[in-house]
Design a protein around this ligand. Structure first.
Ligand code: NDP
Length: 339
């Protein structure tokens, strides 16, 4: 059973300068909430529109190296695939020169796979939101917290867990209704995150693509009707919401008996096949096979990713989707469409 925390002590961070490195999805939201909580926040970013956005939001913005020099705590909130370049290019030497430093990550990947190895003078902590940045902001505006996973990879001060909890409170995750921090680790976070990305999410999308092809090409269904049924009506999103709030199986009560019977019998049938796929992917994540695969992809300049994006972006489903979305938008504005 996991250990939960619902609060942290913000006083631990009150005397510290917090440098948010990367003012993107997570960085912009976390920086604003930290500041609302009365903490001293500066931003480090490369000079581009995110820099300007941070300035417009009232932050002092510096080149990344200077921001780290001025900070006691850094939140490294750049995409995982560029974090090592930013860390070794701009941060490592500065951190090594300090007596003590706190380095926070919002995901486990770079520490779990030894891609970033911080020096011994550093508390290495993880506060990983289980939510998109807009979801965090939405809940924050309603006075609510949100779930995060906490981890400590290196405890130089002996207080790293307390710092992680304090930071979780600082970014609005805990210390408010609906807030929950689970004691986890960089390895667990990276493993669970990658396993989702390699199993149930792509399996769901692949099954939708097969559904679309077979329903439209072999059985004459209209592409638009198929896409509405698959996801565009929003019913799937409602079902996912009910899963989150009431349970994976319990939510079936909102479906007809025909649907419940069909779903449960087929889940039972597919389970064994899927189990083998999940096992295979889990092993590849656990033994570092995927991290090596992705390191090669990065070296190639994301060749496979670019090619696949092009192929998938040109599929019949994507073209049909555009037409359907246009029709839905028109209908929302009250404009009659069709013949
Ligand atoms: P973003 O894609 O929004 O990028 C964040 C920042 O990184 C931007 O300010 C961007 O600046 C900067 N950046 C990108 N490339 C470089 C580079 N080569 N050198 C310097 N800076 C660069 O990241 P996210 O906020 O999505 O992700 C940040 C962390 O949060 C990751 O660890 C991620 O796993 C984690 N996370 C993200 C979630 C999400 O909602 N997206 C949810 C939970 C965790 P610019 O664009 O100006 O280059």
């Amino acid at each position: 059973m996991a250990e939960f925390f619902t609060d942290g002590d913000l006083r631990l961070l009150r005397d510290k300068v917090i440098g948010v490195i990367g003012y993107g999805n997570q960085g912009s939201v976390q920086a604003r909430i930290l500041r609302e909580n009365g903490l001293n926040v500066i931003v480090g970013n490369i000079r581009d529109e995110y820099w300007e956005r941070a300035e417009r939001d009232g932050f002092k913005v510096y080149e990344i190296k200077e921001a780290v020099e001025r900070s006691d705590v850094a939140l490294l909130l750049v995409p995982d695939e560029v974090a090592a370049d930013v860390y070794y290019g701009e941060m490592e030497d500065v951190i090594k020169g300090k007596k003590f430093f706190i380095l926070d990550f919002a995901s486990g990947y770079n520490i779990a796979y030894d891609i970033i190895k911080p020096p011994r003078n550093t508390d290495v902590i993880m506060v990983a939101p289980r939510m998109f940045s807009w979801g965090i902001l939405e809940r924050h505006r309603q006075g609510l917290g949100y779930p995060v996973l906490l981890g400590v990879a290196q405890d130089a001060s002996g207080k790293a867990w307390d710092y992680a909890r304090a930071l979780a409170k600082g970014i609005g995750a805990i210390g408010r209704p609906g807030g929950l921090a689970l004691r986890s680790s960089f390895e667990e976070e990276a493993f669970l995150d990658l396993l989702s990305e390699h199993t149930h999410i792509p399996i769901l999308i692949a099954s939708m693509l097969a559904y679309f092809e077979i329903a439209t090409k072999r059985y004459g269904a209209s592409p638009e009707a198929a896409i509405l049924e698959l996801y565009a009506s929003g019913e799937l999103a409602e079902q996912a919401k009910a899963m989150a709030e009431e349970g994976l199986i319990e939510q079936l009560k909102y479906h007809s008996r025909t649907s419940q019977y069909g779903q449960l019998t087929r889940i039972q049938k597919y389970y064994r096949q899927i189990e083998d796929i999940v096992e295979e992917e889990a092993e590849k994540i656990w033994n570092g096979g995927f991290a090596r695969e992705f390191a090669e992809e990065k070296l190639s300049g994301m060749l496979v990713l670019r090619r696949l994006r092009k192929i998938f972006g040109e599929m019949d489903l994507v073209k049909a989707e555009k037409k359907l979305f246009e029709a839905l938008k028109k209908s929302e504005k009250g404009v009659a469409g069709g013949a």
